[in-house]
Write a protein that binds this ligand. Structure first.
Ligand code: ADP
Ligand code: MG
Length: 668
């Protein structure tokens, strides 16, 4: 906790953060909350003592009712002043039926009953209800703070300063003031403030806050690094490649912060439910108070008895247990996922993930590493070196993993001064470009067919990259890729979660697809697809009605349209890929498809707990409502049915994050 505090502090001191209004306000909010929390505890203790004293005096002396009232009014106002004010504010703002209103009416009613002829005084009950309600609110604040903190562990990745080097002098500046292309220095123990490329130094990075992966990642000169990672061992000089606002750390934080705004169906339901339910209960209470005594006073008892029952009715009926615990549960689910490096963009996706029964995987980069390397070169009528030379040049601007492999196989490409113009990349096919004065096409069989080159197949297993020069076939290059370590486990884990239908889609050759599918235990796959075909396949699967909820997992390279079309789009390898973070609903920060199975299981757990809370709260409340109407309940039962149930629901909601994590947060 103290850590968090420091963090807040350095923020309020540094006024230069113009991008980060959001997190700063949340920091201030927390600080503010802290102060008032202590005040509330003191208030509650004072009210409890005074209540005890008043109770003692009432039972040792005989005082007139108005003096008793005055005596109880002191602790009542100490405990309930805030609630009364909130109720009044609610009425002024047109939001009448909130929990404060219910509590105010119920307790004021209990105070007034004492003056009705033939009624017992209910003063202690009124104070007790207020006191209990306040304690409930306090614990609720604590629980909420707890889950907010677990999410704000993520916020710790927000960098405060960047050490910039200009004219040989080091200076600390706000990360938002660092222009792209600056050189910054990051010492061991410091967080990398901006995305960039290492220009000097060697170190290992702790990425656990971003990915949930505790194994450090080694980096050296020339490698790219993302903001939010902790530098562990060496001094790094980094040339920044992004502005602060575009950097990974800030993007992730924004994403998680906005997640709370996308409400799940269950949350929206609860809000609507409360809006309809509360007025109904208030009317029912009015009827309960006045109707029976008016109709048949001699049989059923007097007005004060019924008013008392109606007041209990009001206390019980308060829907706060649900209104508070259900969103808290979803919030907790998002937090639990983010600690594992799974970013879920809204609680509506928790709803969806829990229902997923079909998972469609992209092959390259998702189930496989997408790290191709050239395994063979088979030229037709040209020199092998020349073939590689042309292929590497054409792929100069390509972000596709195949492009990277070809450039790697011909390292002189970047520096030999050969001109590449008219570059045109065709998604799912390849690239076409002019190298010097010849037109070169590099791609798969489909690409060869569109340019009319007479390609022939190859006996090697692997992805065959064909090359055509001025429309004439010039041979092919074989590239190899490997299934990821985690892929097989991911598919097994999904099956274990009850996801029956696992499908692989790829733009690659049928043979390669078959071999990968067989290695991973996937029975359904479709190969040789263009990105548009993938969308069509996914659409067909959704429309067939065979799947209630379909998740597509891709690496974000050329499958953004599919990510958008699926019920849940899951992007893998969020670190460094903006396209993925933007197009997807769920981002797996670490390149490991197993995390999808974790996401499904966290979502199911979240929903199960939310449901438990709904059933439990409504069940207890209905029971006590009936008891109250029949005159079988006492005020303490009503208070339990409200505040007690709320607390139980809240603590149940905290279970989503795992008991361990709550204690972990405590220690910080
Ligand atoms: P996947 O569906 O497995 O992710 P893609 O849709 O990215 O694969 O690509 C499908 C096929 O198109 C690749 O297997 C490759 O043959 C060809 N291809 C795509 N982009 C390129 C490129 N830049 N250079 C060469 N071939 C490419
Ligand atoms: Mg792909």
């Amino acid at each position: 906790m103290s850590h968090n505090h420091n963090h807040c502090h350095s923020h309020s001191l540094g006024h230069h953060h113009d991008h980060c209004g959001c997190s700063c306000t949340s920091c201030h909010h927390e600080e503010h909350e802290h102060g008032s929390q202590r005040g509330k505890i003191i208030q509650a203790c004072a009210a409890a003592l005074l209540l005890g004293a008043a109770y003692y005096i009432e039972h040792t002396m005989t005082l007139p009712t108005w003096q008793l009232l005055l005596m109880y009014l002191v602790p009542y106002l100490i405990a309930g002043g805030g609630t009364l004010r909130e109720a009044a504010e609610g009425i002024l703002h047109g939001d009448v039926f909130n929990e404060h209103f219910l509590m105010a009416v119920a307790t004021l009613g209990a105070l007034v009953i004492g003056f009705l002829p033939g009624a017992e005084s209910q003063f202690p009950e009124a104070v007790f209800v207020m006191l209990f309600f306040q304690i409930g609110e306090m614990l609720e604040g604590y629980a909420e703070g707890q889950s907010r903190r677990s999410i704000s562990k993520l916020m710790e990745i927000r960098p405060d300063v960047a050490r910039i080097v200009a004219d040989g002098v080091e200076r600390d500046v706000a990360p938002s003031d660092v222009p792209v292309g600056s050189i910054i220095i990051v010492r061991p123990g410091e967080r990398i403030p901006l995305d960039g490329i290492v220009v000097d130094g060697k170190s290992s990075l702790d990425t656990v806050a971003l990915t949930g992966e505790s194994l450090p990642r080694d980096v050296e000169e020339g490698e790219s690094v993302v903001s939010g990672c902790l530098n562990q061992s060496g001094v790094l000089r980094i040339r920044t490649t992004k502005d602060f606002g575009e950097s990974t750390a800030v993007k992730i934080i924004e994403l998680v912060e906005n997640a709370a705004e996308r409400k799940s169906k269950s949350e929206a339901f609860i809000t609507r439910f409360a809006r309809v339910y509360t007025p109904i209960v208030v009317s029912a209470a009015l009827l309960l108070a006045f109707l029976p005594p008016l109709l048949a006073e001699s049989y059923v008892g007097t007005l004060p008895t019924w008013i008392y029952r109606a007041l209990m009715f009001l206390v019980v009926s308060c829907p706060c247990a649900l209104v508070i615990s259900v969103p808290l549960t979803f919030f907790g689910g998002i937090g639990a996922a983010s600690r594992q490096g799974i970013l879920i963009k809204g609680s509506n996706y928790i709803d969806l993930l829990s229902k997923v029964d079909t998972v469609v995987f992209d092959k390259t980069g998702t189930l496989t590493y997408g790290r191709f390397s050239v395994t063979a070169v088979h030229p037709d009528n040209v020199d092998a070196q020349h073939l590689l030379h042309l292929a590497a040049h054409v792929e100069h601007f390509s972000t596709h993993p195949i492009g990277a492999a070809l450039r790697e196989a011909f390292p002189e490409e970047a520096s030999d001064g050969c001109h590449v113009t008219d570059v045109e990349e065709i998604a799912g096919q390849g690239v076409r470009a002019r190298v010097g004065d010849i037109m070169v096409c590099v791609g798969n069989a489909k690409m060869m067919e569109t340019v009319g080159a007479k390609w022939h197949d190859c006996s090697h297993v692997g992805t065959i990259v064909h090359v055509a020069i001025d429309g004439i076939y010039a041979g092919h290059i074989v590239c190899g890729d490997m299934p990821r370590d985690g892929s097989e486990d991911a598919i097994a884990a999904l099956r274990e979660e009850g996801v029956a239908n696992v499908v692989m889609l790829t733009g690659d050759k049928r043979e390669v697809a078959a071999s990968v599918a067989q290695q991973l235990g996937i029975t359904k796959y479709h190969a040789e697809l263009l990105p548009a075909d993938k969308v069509e396949h996914v659409e067909r699967m959704i429309e067939n009605g065979n799947s209630h909820c379909l998740a597509f997992v891709g690496d974000g390279i050329n499958d953004a349209p599919v990510l958008a079309r699926a019920d849940v789009g899951v992007a893998m390898g969020g670190l460094g890929s903006d396209a993925a973070i933007e197009a997807a609903d769920v981002v797996l920060m670490e390149d490991n498809p197993v995390k999808l199975a974790h996401a499904v299981s966290i979502s199911r757990r979240t929903l199960r707990i939310a449901r438990e809370n709904i059933v439990f709260a409504i069940g207890v409340k209905l029971a006590v409502l009936f008891l109250a109407a029949w005159g079988l309940a006492a005020m303490w039962m009503a208070v339990f049915a409200d505040v007690g149930v709320m607390l139980i629901c809240i603590f149940n909601a905290l279970r989503v994050q795992g008991i361990n994590s709550i204690f972990q947060n405590q220690r910080r």
